[in-house]
Design a protein around this ligand. Structure first.
Ligand code: GLN
Length: 287
């Protein structure tokens, strides 16, 4: 026997309350995302069918998901996907979950290159899910996009998303590389974009459990912010064409330092940009 207790609406409400008690930051949204994915319907469709009863199997599976989320496991890892820019990316614990700030970085690059029609060579450095390079490649059919990541597991996910979202016919190259060390020396790029790890390890204590206990530390933390970035800036310079650009997402408290460090390396026209929370999170450099 089904009763109203088993309806979409009542289960959403109960789950939201449970997640709220467990201090999960966006309890309603997560309850909805987890249920919509389970029922294989778009999230808005939940409210069209809000009296729809769930079967016993569906209820058990949903309970399992809500329990996982209550232990801080990110919703994106539970459902294995995250929306970013205008695509949906497969994600698991080998890659960072794409963040809304990074969408602003992609938008900046597209804005700067909106006029040119040429076939540009682009590199997404530390590609992870591939969200940056794939979002750039999608509207720019003649751009040649390259991806690099130090982690072979992450590289596999970049490849998977790239073939699912861009299809198999695009001219794309993948490099498993510690920064630029394994990228062939004869390559040169019009534009390099990167959201590298940028949280100093000493800030680990301030990071929320969703991130700290589940996301790959390799993609997040640095033991020495300055050393890593001096290396990135120095190694990257010879890979840029004259007039080429390097875009970085970075730690707002280190962005001023990073700008100065880049000018010392020889980059010019170093422009900082704030994110939507008014934090200086992006840097654009020109060679
Ligand atoms: N480029 C990916 C992202 O922006 C991964 C970044 C990383 O691993 N540091 O989400």
């Amino acid at each position: 026997m089904q009763n109203s207790e088993d309806s979409v609406l009542s289960l959403l409400k109960k789950s939201e309350e449970f997640l709220k008690r467990k201090n999960i930051p966006s309890p309603r949204l997560d309850a909805e995302l987890l249920l919509a994915d389970l029922l294989k319907i778009p999230r808005v469709k939940l409210y069209v069918d809000f009296e729809r009863p769930l079967s016993l199997i569906e209820k058990d599976a949903y309970r399992e998901r809500i329990l996982e989320r209550s232990k801080s496991r990110p919703t994106a890892y539970i459902i294995g996907k995250k929306s970013f820019f205008d695509s949906e990316f497969y994600v698991d614990q080998n890659v960072l979950i794409p963040r809304p700030e990074t969408e602003e970085l992609v938008a900046w690059v597209l804005e700067d290159f909106s006029k040119g029609q040429g076939s540009l060579e682009i590199l997404d450095l530390c590609s992870g899910s591939g969200c940056i390079g794939i979002s750039l490649a999608k509207p720019k059919a003649n751009w040649i996009v390259h991806f690099s990541d130090v982690s072979p597991e992450a590289m596999n996910i970049t490849k998977r998303n790239s073939s699912e979202i861009l299809g198999g016919d695009r001219k794309i190259e993948f490099f498993e590389s510690d920064l630029f060390s394994s990228i062939p020396k004869d390559k040169s790029f019009d534009c390099i974009v990167s959201n590298p790890p940028y949280i100093p390890e000493k800030e680990k204590g301030e990071i929320m459990p969703d991130v700290l206990n589940y996301e790959p530390h390799l993609a997040l933390f640095l033991s020495d912010f300055e050393e890593f970035h001096v290396k990135l800036l120095g190694q990257g310079f010879p890979f840029l064409k004259e007039g080429g650009r390097l875009y970085l997402e970075t730690h707002p408290e280190y962005s001023g330092w990073l700008r100065e460090a880049a000018l010392k390396v020889g980059y010019s026209d170093a422009v900082l940009r704030k994110d939507l929370s008014s934090k200086e999170r992006f840097l654009r450099l020109t060679k």
